[in-house]
Design a protein around this ligand. Structure first.
Ligand code: CDP
Ligand code: CDP
Length: 223
């Protein structure tokens, strides 16, 4: 058991993991780690450097040359790859469309899981992703598995895109979410699955504040 408090939040795409994890971390004074952002940085790196995802040995080798750092500006997490701010670039559709393929590569997962474990060994943490409760933090004090109907998840992402000025079709978004969930749940390496000791929270119809309250109450029972 770590001497630091560990909260693991897993679940499918757009269930609200990063939004609630960020708010919870801030309220509790814990650090927040968005592991999806790490897989996205590697994907961006591969795309920008024309590194093959089908024959990933080159990408795996090049990973040693990729330094990822995170910091917070006005409460927003910024992500840097070798010192360059890639916060917006890692959300581009091209990255989203390739990230699950990168995340299925065994050696990439091993490397990123090691980096994630190292981060969690130094401070109280809320970490979100797909395999946090099952692989990265198997002894976490609290494990939450966030879900919501696929329709609502697509609508949330759609609204978010409109606010950012990005025009997308709701149907396409729903398909992208369904495809990615399928791929993430059916891969060989650390598939997306609820840990046996995780608490499932269905956020369909719940506001962000309501979800944060549910998790905060669960956390207070164990710390
Ligand atoms: O778009 P969304 O915020 O839902 O996804 P994300 O958390 O940024 O994660 C992007 C992708 O990274 C996921 O679809 C997974 O393929 C992969 N991922 C993973 O395999 N394991 C994690 N711990 C986190 C993300
Ligand atoms: O990290 P993950 O992919 O699970 O989802 P997210 O990026 O945190 O949330 C996706 C979108 O849903 C964001 O725009 C959130 O503001 C929104 N959201 C919501 O409307 N209601 C919730 N209960 C949770 C998130």
């Amino acid at each position: 058991m770590s001497k630091y408090v560990q909260v693991a939040i897993d679940g499918p795409a757009s269930a609200g993991k990063s939004t609630v994890a960020k708010i919870l971390a801030k309220k509790m004074g814990y650090i927040y780690c968005d592991t999806g952002a790490m897989y996205r940085v590697v994907t961006l790196f591969a795309l920008e450097n024309n590194l093959s995802l089908d024959q990933p040995s080159e990408l795996v080798k090049e990973l040693d040359n990729l330094v990822m750092t995170f910091d917070y500006v006005d409460g927003l997490q910024h992500v840097y790859a070798n010192g360059i701010d890639v916060t917006n670039d890692i959300r581009m559709p091209d990255v989203t469309n390739h990230v699950s393929k990168v995340a299925a590569i065994k050696e990439i997962r091993e490397e990123l899981v090691n980096r994630q474990k190292a981060i969690s060994n130094s401070q109280n943490i809320v970490m979100d992703g797909r395999d946090i409760g099952t692989v990265v933090l198997p002894n976490a004090d609290l494990k939450i598995f966030l879900v919501a109907s696929v329709k609502e998840r697509a609508e949330r992402r759609y609204k978010e895109n409109i606010e950012k000025g990005i025009m997308t079709s709701l149907d396409e978004l729903q398909k992208e979410i369904e495809d990615r969930d399928y791929y993430d749940s059916h891969r060989k390496e650390s598939p997306l699955v609820q840990a046996s000791d995780a608490i499932k929270v269905d956020t369909t119809g719940l506001s962000i504040e309501e979800v944060v309250n549910v998790i905060e109450n669960e956390l207070k029972k164990v710390i």
